[in-house]
Design a protein around this ligand. Structure first.
Ligand SMILES: Cc1cc2nc3c(=O)[nH]c(=O)nc-3n(C[C@H](O)[C@H](O)[C@H](O)COP(=O)(O)OP(=O)(O)OC[C@H]3O[C@@H](n4cnc5c(N)ncnc54)[C@H](O)[C@@H]3O)c2cc1C
Ligand code: SF4
Length: 469
């Protein structure tokens, strides 16, 4: 039996931030329990950039963001214990809690005064949306496809259709294209894409991928392996319009059709949930069970890891305030609602410097800019028209530790038209020595430009800073 003041369940950005802030707020002992063999949560497979723009005012990849969050929690003195799958929470008579977790050596129990639930979310699957047709191999959720391509070095197909225009689906459309697949279509049932405008612009329009709104996959075709899907148009009420079905030959269908908060553990102690599985908390992020807090995607699915971290921080601090009998702080629910979603406006440049995704229109005749909420948007729009640049993110092969791939990125932004060439060259690069995050793993002169590529994670087994009690 172990004991602590604050026990955090889940070591994604929400849980890590909660643990860090609980320590900083004065909790003596803070433990994080994580079922995976690595801390960082879903960010470990999100190898693309775009994280940390709010929190660190820097553009990081998912693994780089995770690395910082792990370091911050670890440096603050939180203990992060990996390979521990929490199965239940029991409320004791004295008002404290007993948490049970499976480990490879059996069940461990933890006594704690307060708990922060940060168990993330899972994806809706084909079973959740009932697509007619056969049940062949080749149908993946976007997160599973991301894990196969970015972590396990398994390419899911050569001709891909994506159903749903959420951020993960669009990010995978770009990733699969860069890895050599042809994304035949993205079908979205709503009249607008549901993702951030910056992702529509950078992941879809930039690669010429067709995105059809008010469209669905009306049939899956194939005996053992997927052979094709049928796309159909939808009317205003979301019903298939007869006679609009067209066949698209493909060998992979990727579903990006929503996320469900993961709260099975929360239910073991009677935490009240909404119909969509999100947690009913008060403004202090405390659940219906006193002393049990919730943050991040397990509370309510959020668009950006930066806001998840901020919410985790508040949950961790409030857990300590509760122990100390101090006033708790409120979460501002409106905080993350200012980002532009859907199609970018015609004739505009989507500014990607921060997640707001302002639609900047540059009138070259008058030299005026509209739509940008700050001056940086004007500079971005000018650069985007004259000399567009991108950070290239991809993976290279390794056989070190338990990982087969190492996530990498270019050290500097490179001209946009070099992205494909750099990804293609990196396919034949192999790392056979231990590498630390930030280390140079490849340099080459391409078209007279010196291109440097750095690791965005460590190789080897030590990732995740598994502290031992
Ligand atoms: C596939 C996918 C891709 C995404 N891509 C992006 C992106 O590109 N950019 C972006 O900003 N956001 C992205 N998101 C949103 C992302 O969920 C958030 O950015 C952020 O990672 C959520 O943090 P979290 O801490 O709430 O959850 P997570 O990062 O999911 O972490 C939850 C952790 O809890 C652990 N856990 C769950 N149950 C238990 C248990 N019973 N016992 C112990 N541990 C447990 C899990 O193993 C996991 O490590 C993505 C989400 C998904 C699902
Ligand atoms: S213009 Fe300013 S506020 Fe708008 S997206 Fe760009 S950096 Fe963000």
């Amino acid at each position: 039996m172990f004991s602590c003041d604050v026990l955090v369940i889940g070591a994604g950005p929400g849980g890590l931030a909660a643990a860090c802030s609980a320590k900083k707020a004065g909790a003596e002992k803070v433990i994080v329990l994580e079922r995976d063999r690595k801390a960082g949560g879903i960010l470990n497979q999100c190898i693309h950039n775009g994280f940390g723009l709010i929190r660190y005012n820097e553009e990081l990849t998912g693994p780089e963001y995770a690395y910082r969050a792990i370091r911050e929690a670890s440096d603050a003195g939180a203990e992060i214990l990996l390979s521990r799958h929490v199965s239940s929470i029991e409320k004791k008579e004295d008002g404290t809690y007993c948490v049970s977790a499976y480990t490879k050596d059996g069940i461990e129990t933890y006594d704690t005064k307060t708990i922060v639930l940060a168990t993330g979310c899972r994806e809706r699957t084909r079973g959740n949306i009932s697509i007619p047709g056969s049940r062949p191999a080749g149908v993946f959720t976007a997160g599973v496809a991301q894990n196969l391509v970015n972590v396990r070095n398994v390419m899911i197909g050569k001709r891909v259709v994506i159903l749903g225009s959420g951020d993960i689906g669009l990010i995978m459309a770009r990733r699969l294209t860069l890895e050599g697949a042809k994304v035949m279509a993205i079908a979205e049932i709503m009249p607008e894409p549901t993702s951030l405008a910056r992702n529509v612009s950078q992941c879809v329009q930039e690669f010429g991928i067709p995105l059809y709104v008010r469209t669905t996959v009306s049939r899956i075709i194939g005996k053992r392996k997927l052979e094709a899907v049928e796309l159909s148009d939808l009317d205003q009420n979301g019903k298939v319009i007869p006679g609009t079905a067209r066949r698209i030959d493909c060998d992979a269908l990727v579903l990006s059709v929503g996320l469900i908060p993961e709260n099975e553990v929360a239910q073991t102690v009677g935490v009240r949930l909404f119909a969509n599985n999100a947690v009913d908390t008060d403004k202090f992020l405390q659940t219906s069970v006193p002393g049990v807090f919730s943050c991040g995607n397990s509370r309510h699915v959020m668009d950006l890891a930066d806001y998840v971290s901020e919410q985790g921080e508040l949950a961790g601090r409030n857990a300590v305030h509760l122990i100390n009998g101090q006033d708790m702080e409120s979460w501002d629910e409106e905080k993350s609602n200012c980002m532009k979603k859907g199609f970018p406006e015609k004739g505009s440049v989507t500014c990607t410097i921060c997640p707001n995704g302002c639609q900047v229109i540059w009138d070259e005749k008058t030299g005026t800019f509209t739509g940008n909420r700050c001056k940086r948007g004007a500079r971005f729009a000018m650069e985007e028209k004259s000399n567009p640049v991108r950070t290239v993110t991809t993976t290279i092969r390794t056989k070190l530790g338990e990982d087969v791939l190492l996530p990498v990125r270019t050290a500097q932004k490179v001209p946009k038209d070099m992205v494909g060439e750099i990804v293609s060259r990196l396919r034949s690069v192999f790392v056979d020595n231990d590498v630390k995050i930030g280390e140079n793993v490849y340099s080459a002169d391409i078209d007279g430009k010196n291109i440097c590529v750095i690791a965005t994670s460590d190789t080897g087994k030590d990732q995740g800073f598994s502290a031992i009690l």
